[in-house]
Design a protein. Structure first.
Length: 400
């Protein structure tokens, strides 16, 4: 096996290849053949697991990932060699799907950095022997499954010999209900109260044995309901009344849920606008803006590809983002102080009265520069500014 085959192709390159239309099925077959010829080649299995997840085959991908982790815990990602790299980064990750960890690979894909990934799981602690590194970055995202791992990592790295970015216990505080508590009193900001209920709690709501105003401390329907640890709108619904809760329960097998107040954030033209922003060392950077007539916006389903008018508005917003950031500077500063992470993603909007409306704040939002340049050329400058800021943060932490 060649030296190159001892490294991962990695998420960033595989994601780029997928979006650019490469034959990922053919690449997957080559990786299967490679693993067959070299049964100890965990890198081939790990890349195959990523391809399967990118193709929507989540469970099969996770099974292959577990097989790889049973063979190998530490992985080098294709990039700058440690001998030539300006900075050597050690990334701590957990097993899981593409939302289980911060996709840091995408942020430093073209930088002069070497990257090793160490997987820590409920069964795998941090190894005693680790690759030489200048910086440790905790990429494990908050979830009920990951929180015990974050605690284990926190204890292990309490006196680490190199700088550590993204404190694991600060990540663990980012559950939707706790985040709403952390941010509730910030001037100029609205993050609706979010309450965790088990299935029995929802059934009590559906039977009128429990009033929604008592759950949320006032107010009524509509509300938003989603399963705990769900992402990307999975089983997220706007519920208008008690009958809606009964219908929701009939369609969901989940056992724990988040319930929160729905905020109608439509502008005067009837369109909803959602922004993805990251805070890097406390400073906000724009990733994208999506525009839709539907309240639950995801960039992929907002029709941005099909609408030059929407893209023109996004381009103007990204170009003038400093004005938006200045308008909400007090809120961004307070978010940074309350949450205390070096790198944080925020999905947000503006309320009708001009406050910053927070939908979610976490460390695992995907940020990339992979949109077609012919349609989204205006994104290159602000996204590269974001990438440069992230890399400068790493260098500053190292002390370069």
């Amino acid at each position: 096996m060649s030296e190159a085959e001892k490294e991962l192709i990695g998420l960033a390159r595989l994601l780029r290849m997928t979006i650019e239309g490469h034959d990922m099925g053919s690449l997957g077959m080559k990786l299967i053949a490679r693993a067959g010829e070299q049964p100890a080649d965990a890198c081939a299995l790990m890349d195959l697991a990523t391809i399967l997840q990118l193709r929507g085959e989540r469970e099969l991908g996770l099974n292959i990932q577990r097989q790889a982790l049973s063979m190998q815990q530490i992985y080098a990602v294709t990039g700058a060699s440690p001998e030539k790299a300006e900075i050597r980064v050690l990334l701590l990750m957990s097993e899981g799907d593409l939302m289980a960890n911060s996709p840091i690979e995408c942020l430093i894909e073209n930088k002069n950095a070497s990257l090793h990934i160490v997987y820590v799981t409920d069964k795998l602690g941090m190894p005693d022997s680790l690759p030489e590194h200048d910086l440790l970055f905790v990429a494990i995202a908050e979830s009920e499954k990951n929180n015990p791992i974050l605690k284990k990592v926190s204890e292990r790295i309490a006196s680490w010999p190199v700088p550590v970015l993204n404190n694991p216990m600060h990540i663990a505080a980012l559950s939707r209900d706790n985040c709403a508590v952390l941010l509730k009193d910030i001037p100029g900001l609205d993050m609706p109260q979010t309450v965790k209920l088990d299935r029995d709690g929802l059934e009590r709501l559906s039977a009128n044995d429990l009033a929604i105003k008592d759950v949320l401390g006032g107010g009524g329907y509509p509300v938003l309901i989603r399963p705990v640890d769900s992402h990307a709108g999975n089983e997220l619904e706007k519920i208008a009344d008690v009958a809606g809760i009964r219908r929701y329960l009939a369609s969901s097998d989940s056992t724990e849920f988040y319930v929160s107040r729905f905020v109608d954030y439509r502008k005067a033209d009837g369109q909803f606008r959602k922004y993805r922003i990251v805070l890097i060392a406390g400073r906000p950077y724009i990733c994208h803006m999506a525009i839709s007539s539907y309240w639950m916006i995801h960039y992929a389903n907002a029709g941005m590809n099909e609408s030059a008018e929407k893209r023109d508005e996004e381009a103007r917003f990204m170009e003038g983002f400093d004005e938006f950031a200045s308008r909400h500077a007090t809120a961004f500063k307070a978010i940074n102080e309350k949450i205390g992470l070096d790198y944080l993603g925020i999905d947000c909007a503006e309320t009708v009265d001009g406050r910053l409306l927070i939908f979610e704040a976490d460390s695992c939002m995907i940020v990339h520069a992979l949109d077609p340049v012919d349609l989204y050329g205006y994104k290159q400058k602000p996204i590269n500014r974001l990438f440069d800021a992230f890399y400068e943060m790493l260098l500053d932490a190292k002390g370069t």
